[in-house]
Design a protein around this ligand. Structure first.
Ligand SMILES: [Zn+2]
Length: 107
């Protein structure tokens, strides 16, 4: 048995992700680029997966390319900048950097 790359629960043989995270990932692909962040979270909750697990899933970064949350936030910010006529692209790294600054301030 292997462990889920996202939530570290048992994922089953030959599987990198458990059933719940697969479900969440499919929903992420469905929603990304189409809805705002609030609706995005609602959509994930509609899968019936426990909220704590959704949060673990969103913050996991198994490939080191940025967590699902940072990647989706970066896409939404890039979209928003386009709408506002600002050239540029938000990267997951940038979102992570900004969030770490915000986290530091709030402590
Ligand atoms: Zn999982």
């Amino acid at each position: 048995m292997s462990r889920c790359a996202y939530c570290e629960e048992t994922a089953g043989l030959w599987s990198r992700m458990c059933g719940d995270c697969k479900k969440l990932m499919a929903r992420v692909e469905e929603l990304r680029g189409k809805v705002g962040y609030g609706e995005f979270l609602d959509g994930l909750e509609a899968t019936g997966v426990a909220k704590e697990k959704i949060m673990i899933f969103l913050k996991a970064d198994p490939d080191g390319h940025g967590s699902v949350q940072d990647r989706v936030t970066a896409e939404m910010t890039t979209e928003l900048m386009k709408v506002m006529g600002i050239q540029g692209r938000q990267t997951p790294e940038e979102v992570r950097r900004i969030r770490s600054l915000v986290d530091k301030d709030s402590k």
